[in-house]
Design a protein around this ligand. Structure first.
Ligand SMILES: Cc1ncc(COP(=O)(O)O)c(C=O)c1O
Length: 446
């Protein structure tokens, strides 16, 4: 292949002499053939240092729900910057954001701001343990809750270490984790309500909370099977555990009321990140007043110099108003666009004999590349995903897509944003056609 990215390559080489590993988040190294460097973005388009333009379906790992550099958000941030970037104190802005969240999200009676969803997860788990006086947290295989010790237990174990179907491992993918942290978790498989009941029964009276992604987007894209979310709610109510919805990805993407309103449930605590700030480092913990008591009364430590930073609050306020103003048009518009893209990708895959299987609710979906001989049909959980996903073949197609100006996430996820239009999907599919043809020819020859 020709090197289409000489400037990115030069910057990456230079970066490695000053930035550890050359990137500032480990997964960015996954980008092949080289981590790309960008100059600017506009709407759903992104521009790199080699002069290429991309139709962006990675959109800041989901944070850029409103497209790149929306004028209204840029103005809100600029206006606030003139008044001050940081006070480490109160402002009316934070109340305005909290009141908006109360109006929008069923489970948001109280709020606390933070800077990343990873931090919010840590706060929620601490709160749940203090609230219940219990030690254990139940989480699901393949669900990602930030990069900290507590967020990644049992996330993506290799098949030879994932344990039995009934007893999934608590392996953590990182070295250096406090070993005792692993013992504070119970891991269950996703989308098997009967198995979940057995896990809860096994640790009866010891589990403080169940944390989950309402639509699993960090391993494939797996909507909950019928009864899954209702079982979590029922078990939490019956056993006195807190239900923690990690809506870092689904929040605002699935509408003003987030996935909880879309799917019809009310969690005790909700993690918000990414789209709440539209690309600025803003995240929030929201929850029922009863579940937030330990923070309200100051019985657990919850702190942070930059919490409630006015630049981020100004950006978030603009984002929330944007989503609210769309009313019923959101998420319907994004679902329709995403489904069109999924259908177009399926048709191209059939035409070029590529075993690609898009799965998801449209506004976010995963394009699973099936291994030779793997059965087609919905992928339901992490193990099913590992057994069927042909990662090297997807990586090759992803590179072909990138070189034709279509940017999906390295692991196969695609996000639609509010800035994508019908014409962008049409153009993306035209570019995909060229990429699919090239992939089919090169993969066969390999
Ligand atoms: C579901 C979920 N929870 C938590 C996080 C952590 O968010 P952050 O990287 O902003 O700390 C992520 C990040 O991708 C996520 O997808």
């Amino acid at each position: 292949m020709n090197d289409r990215f000489p400037n990115s390559r030069r910057l990456f080489e230079r970066a490695q002499r000053s930035i550890a590993g050359g990137v500032n988040s480990g997964i960015r190294k996954m980008e092949q053939p080289v981590p790309l460097y960008f100059t600017h973005g506009r709407g759903c388009r992104l521009f790199d240092v080699d002069g290429h333009e991309y139709i962006d379906f990675q959109i800041g790992q989901g944070a850029i729900l409103y497209g790149h550099a929306p004028a209204g958000q840029a103005a809100a941030i600029a206006e606030q910057a003139k008044l001050g970037t940081h006070w480490a104190a109160q402002s009316e802005l934070e109340i305005e954001v909290a009141e908006r969240l109360q109006r929008m999200i069923p489970g948001a009676e109280r709020m606390r701001c933070q800077n990343s969803a990873t931090e919010v997860v840590l706060s929620a788990l601490r709160l749940a343990r203090a609230h219940t006086g219990r030690r254990l947290i139940l989480k699901f295989e393949g669900h990602y809750h930030g990069w900290a010790d507590e967020g990644l237990v049992g996330f993506a174990p290799p098949p030879d270490k994932w344990g039995t179907d009934e007893e999934p491992t608590r392996l953590h993918p990182s070295q250096g984790v406090i070993p005792e942290v692993l013992e504070q978790f119970v891991v269950a498989r996703w989308n098997d309500p009967a198995h979940l009941r057995r896990r809860v029964e096994q640790y009866r009276g010891q589990i403080a909370a169940i944390i989950f992604e309402p639509v699993l987007c960090n391993t494939g894209c797996m909507e909950p099977v019928p009864g899954m979310v209702a079982t979590i709610r029922e078990l939490c109510d019956r056993e006195g555990m807190l239900m923690i919805a990690d809506e870092t990805i689904t929040g605002f993407r699935f509408g003003a009321g987030c996935a909880q309103q879309f799917l019809g449930f009310v969690p005790d605590l909700t993690i918000l990140g990414k789209a709440i700030g539209g690309g600025v480092p803003f995240a929030a913990l929201v929850g029922k007043e009863s579940a937030m008591q330990k923070i309200t009364r100051g019985e657990i430590v919850h702190a942070g110099t930059l919490n409630g930073n006015p630049l981020c609050l100004a950006a978030a306020k603009w984002c929330l108003d944007e989503v609210t103003a769309l009313g019923d048009r959101h998420p319907a518009g994004m679902i329709a666009l995403g489904r069109r893209l999924m259908d177009g990708l399926s048709a191209l895959a059939r035409r070029h004999d590529i075993p690609l299987q898009p799965q998801g609710p449209g506004l976010v979906f995963h394009a699973a590349m099936l291994k030779p001989g793997a059965a087609a049909g919905p992928i339901r959980d992490y193990r099913d995903y590992v057994r069927r996903q042909d990662a090297p073949r997807w990586a090759h197609l992803r590179r072909c897509l990138l070189e034709e100006g279509v940017r999906a996430i390295e692991r196969g996820l695609w996000f639609i944003s509010l800035a994508h239009r019908e014409a962008d999907i049409t153009e993306a599919l035209e570019r995909c056609e060229v990429a699919f043809a090239r992939h089919a020819a090169e993969w066969k020859a390999a």
